[in-house]
Ligand binder design. Structure first.
Ligand code: TXA
Ligand code: MG
Length: 312
């Protein structure tokens, strides 16, 4: 739902960002709460608007793969992954380059920087006009469900944050985050590109973070949580539950939101956050989710749902 009072144009967004303001922008994964990554005061506004803990670093978004070199020290693995998946839902965590212009707060004190080149044409136009990297976490209050529409952003962050409405996000889940600061590439967060697809390009298996506090601070936190309890692998209702269905739904639930009637995981990913927002209703006492196979993007869907289920 567009709202003329707070929707702004991409051109206005780029000018606000250049002046050190925060703006919510569409990407193909989720809406991001953007600020000029090279401006420490602007970056501080992101942490304040989200209520985000200051130890959780942000992703820097770029418009051109050539920007990666001034910001980080990309190796051959990074170059291969960027060539294969950018623009798109892949974030690379690399050592910060000497003289990296991005504010230290974006890295939350770590010697690394996360970088992504998004595919959404509106995001790309804004980043190209800004000419500098934009730090952008998902545009929701810290810990809450991520936004896949402009209306979700307004619901979570309120009317004071200007939003560029680029329509519903097509991937619907955050980017896959790959750590490339050590000898073994690490899957720091499952996301829009399946781990198997990334392993095929790298020619090696992805490790899992051993020291989450140092390697993937964001994954320690409560995340993606609606107000209602979330129950997985549901086949019959328990009380007044709403059902996120995948394939043909069983009867008896108080409300339904189809993630995919045909059981298509990509469609379910695109609908997941809209479904969690839609069923987070005062007249229900829980959100139940049908079984979803843990393959391909299904792994990222289940990662988010498990965090939602234990995250209250
Ligand atoms: O799809 C996405 O990635 C979206 C859109 C807006 O681009 N952004 C997003 O940002 O999901 P956020 O802040 O919600 O999640 C960023 C994740 C967190 O888990 C954070 O801990 C991790 O990336 N991260 C960022 N910088 C890092 C670093 N230097 N080392 C390790 N993890 C990092
Ligand atoms: Mg987030």
């Amino acid at each position: 739902m567009a709202d003329a009072t707070t929707s702004i144009t991409p051109d206005a967004a780029a000018r606000l960002l250049a002046r050190g303001e925060v703006v919510a922008i569409p990407t193909e994964t989720v809406y991001g709460l953007a600020a000029d990554a090279t401006n420490p005061a602007a970056v501080a506004k992101i942490y304040a608007a989200k209520g985000r803990p200051d130890f959780n670093p942000l992703i820097s978004h770029i418009a051109d793969p050539a920007q990666l070199t001034g910001l980080t020290l990309p190796d051959t693995r990074a170059t291969a992954l960027a060539a294969a998946f950018w623009p798109g839902p892949l974030t690379l965590v690399l050592p910060r380059a000497p003289g990296c212009p991005v504010a230290e707060a974006v890295s939350a004190g770590l010697p690394s920087l996360a970088v992504r080149l998004p595919a959404h044409p509106v995001a790309r136009a804004i980043l190209a006009q800004l000419g500098r990297p934009a730090a952008a976490p998902s545009a929701n209050r810290s810990g809450h469900v991520s936004p896949s529409t402009a209306a979700h952003v307004r619901h979570s962050l309120g009317p004071a944050i200007p939003v560029v409405d680029g329509g519903p996000c097509q991937v619907g889940l955050e980017s896959t985050v790959i750590g490339l600061t050590g000898p073994q590439p690490l899957l720091l967060r499952p996301g829009g590109i399946p781990a198997e697809t990334i392993e095929a390009v790298l020619g090696e298996k992805l490790g899992r973070p051993g020291n989450a506090r140092l390697e993937s601070p964001g994954m320690l936190l409560k995340h993606y949580a609606p107000s209602l309890p979330v129950r997985l692998d549901a086949t019959a209702p328990q009380g007044r539950e709403g059902l996120l269905s995948f394939g043909p739904p069983p009867p008896g639930f108080a409300a339904y939101y189809p993630l995919s009637e045909s059981g298509d995981p990509a469609e379910a990913a695109a609908q997941l956050y809209a479904g969690l927002h839609a069923l987070d209703r005062a007249d229900l006492n829980g959100i139940a989710v049908m079984p979803i196979p843990e393959e391909g993007i299904g792994a990222a869907i289940l990662d988010r749902l498990r965090r939602a289920a234990r995250g209250r």
